[in-house]
Design a protein around this ligand. Structure first.
Ligand code: AMP
Length: 424
C-alpha cells in the first residue's frame, strides 16, 4: 500500500535539520532584539488583493506562485498564503497607526512563506524568512543600519565570506526614463527573446535583467545600467550609502544590473550572496527600499526599507561548511526500575530532576533492568537512577561505569544532579 507523502516542495524537517532551523531562527530573533527591532508575528494568510497590490500583478510571485484559498461562508474575500512578509508588515503598520510612534518603526519577524515554485535544492514551496523592516525614515543612515544588520547576522553565524551586492533601482522620477532606454535596448532583439521575455519586454523590461533565458542574458550583458540614469536625489542617496558602508567596513560589490523581483522597490537594493555556491543556493537574502509601498497600501506617504534572509538557505550553507552546532543528544539522566510497578515513581523522579534543571526521562517500559541500562547508554545518558524494589534509589555513573550503594531518594537525586553538572 502506498501511504501519504508530504506534498511536493513541502518538507518535513527531521533532526538534525529541525534543531538547525531552530538555532538559526533563534539567532535571528536575538540579532533583531539586540538591535532594538520589535518582534511582530503576522498572520500566515492575508487578503489576496494585498499581495496583488503590493507585489504587483505582473510579478512571478503573484502571477504564478500565489496559493489562493477559496472564500468560505459569508466571507467573500479571497485569502492567499503569504508569499513574502513585507506586505503584511506594512498593512499592520498602517492598521495599527504606527505612524504615531517615533519613526522609523523597527520591526522583525520570522515568517513561513508559500510560493508555488518548481522545487529543487534550496527552493521549496514552503520556506522561512528572517525579515527586518524599518518604516518611516528616508535617509541613507537607516539603509546602512539595515544592510549591516543582515550582513553581521550572517557573518556571526560563521558565513564570514558573505558578500553584499548593492545597487540603486531609482525612483518614480528617474526609473521610467531608464526603463524606456532598457526597452529600446531589448526591442532590437525582441524576435530572439523567449515568449516570457517578450511579455516582460512589454510589461516590465526591468525583469529582463533577471531573466535566466540565454537570449536575454546575452543581451543584458550590454544593457545600459541604471546607476548611470539616476536623478540627482537618487544618485546622492546611493553615493551616501556606498560611502557609509565603506566607513563601517562592510564589503560591498556594486551590482548595477541587480533588480529585485518585486515592483515595490525604490533606490537601494541589495543581495547577500555566498560566492562558490551552486545556482541559487548562494543567494541567501536580499533587501531594498520601498518608499512608495505604505502609500500604495492606503497609508500616508512613508519611506521604508527592509531585508529578507532565507533561513532554509542559511541552514544549507552552514551544513555544507560543517558549521551547524551538534544536536543536543538524549537526556542526561535516565530513571530506570527493577520492578514493573515502579513506572509511576520513575516518571515522578524524572519530573523532579527536570524541575531542578537537569534533562531527564523515565524508562517507562517493563523490560529487564539490563535492557533499560542499554537503552540509557544508547541515548548517551551520563547517569541512571535505578528504583530498587524497596523504593530506595541506586545511582549509576555511566561515564565512570561505577555504581553507588542504594540510598534514600533525596540524597540520590541531589547526587545525580551534582554528577550531571560536573560531567555535562
Ligand atoms: P525574495 O523574497 O524572493 O527576495 O527572497 C529572499 C530570500 O529568500 C532568498 O535569497 C532565499 O534565501 C529565500 N527564498 C526565496 N524563495 C525561496 C524558496 N522558494 N525556497 C527557499 N528559500 C527561498
Amino acid at each position: 500500500m502506498s501511504g501519504f507523502q508530504s506534498p511536493r516542495g513541502l518538507r518535513d524537517l527531521l533532526e538534525p535539520l529541525a534543531s538547525a532551523h531552530g538555532w538559526v531562527t533563534d539567532r535571528a530573533w536575538a540579532a533583531a532584539d539586540a538591535a532594538g527591532y520589535a518582534r511582530i508575528e503576522l498572520p500566515i494568510a492575508e487578503e489576496s488583493a494585498l499581495f496583488e497590490r503590493a507585489v504587483g500583478g505582473t510579478s512571478d510571485i503573484v502571477a504564478k506562485e500565489l496559493y489562493r484559498l477559496e472564500p468560505r461562508g459569508d466571507d467573500a474575500i479571497t485569502l492567499a498564503l503569504r508569499p513574502e512578509a513585507t506586505a503584511g508588515a506594512v498593512r499592520a503598520y498602517i492598521q495599527h497607526g504606527m505612524r504615531s510612534q517615533p519613526q522609523p518603526v523597527r520591526l522583525a519577524t520570522v515568517a513561513q512563506l508559500f510560493r508555488y515554485d518548481r522545487p529543487q535544492k534550496g527552493r521549496y514551496r514552503q520556506f522561512t524568512q528572517f525579515d527586518i523592516e524599518a518604516i518611516g525614515d528616508g535617509g541613507p543612515g537607516i539603509d546602512l543600519e539595515v544592510i549591516e544588520l543582515g550582513a553581521a547576522y550572517l557573518r556571526e553565524l560563521g558565513l564570514t565570506d558573505v558578500q553584499v551586492h548593492l545597487n540603486s533601482v531609482g525612483c518614480a522620477a528617474c526609473r521610467p526614463a531608464y526603463v524606456e532606454t532598457l526597452r529600446a535596448h531589448f526591442t532590437s532583439v525582441s524576435q530572439e527573446l523567449s515568449e516570457v521575455d517578450q511579455s516582460r519586454l512589454a510589461t516590465n523590461p526591468l525583469r529582463l535583467l533577471d531573466s535566466k533565458e540565454p537570449a536575454a542574458v546575452q543581451r543584458a550583458a550590454s544593457a545600459p545600467v541604471i546607476t548611470d540614469h539616476l536623478c540627482a536625489e537618487c544618485a546622492a542617496h546611493y553615493a551616501a550609502v556606498t560611502a557609509g558602508l565603506a566607513t563601517i567596513g562592510t564589503a560591498v560589490l556594486p551590482a548595477p544590473r541587480l533588480v529585485r523581483g518585486l515592483d515595490y522597490y525604490t533606490r537601494t537594493a541589495w543581495e547577500y550572496l555566498l560566492p562558490g555556491e551552486q545556482g541559487q543556493q548562494g543567494a541567501l537574502g536580499g533587501g531594498g527600499r520601498y518608499d512608495g509601498l505604505v502609500e500604495l497600501l492606503g497609508g500616508t506617504p512613508t519611506p521604508a526599507i527592509g531585508f529578507a534572509i532565507g533561513i532554509d538557505r542559511v541552514v544549507l550553507a552552514l551544513e555544507a561548511r560543517g558549521l551547524l552546532p551538534a544536536v543536543s543528544g538524549g537526556p542526561a539522566i535516565v530513571v530506570a526500575g527493577i520492578e514493573p510497578d515502579s513506572v509511576a515513581s520513575r516518571v515522578a523522579i524524572a519530573g523532579e530532576l527536570r524541575a531542578a534543571g537537569a534533562s531527564a526521562r523515565a524508562d517507562v517500559s517493563t523490560r529487564k533492568i539490563g535492557k533499560q541500562l542499554e537503552g540509557a547508554v544508547r541515548d548517551g545518558a551520563l547517569a541512571v537512577i535505578i528504583v530498587e524494589p524497596d523504593g530506595r534509589l541506586t545511582l549509576r555513573d555511566l561515564v565512570k561505569a561505577s555504581q553507588a550503594e542504594p540510598a534514600e531518594r533525596g540524597g540520590v537525586i541531589a547526587a545525580a544532579l551534582r554528577l550531571v553538572q560536573n560531567e555535562g
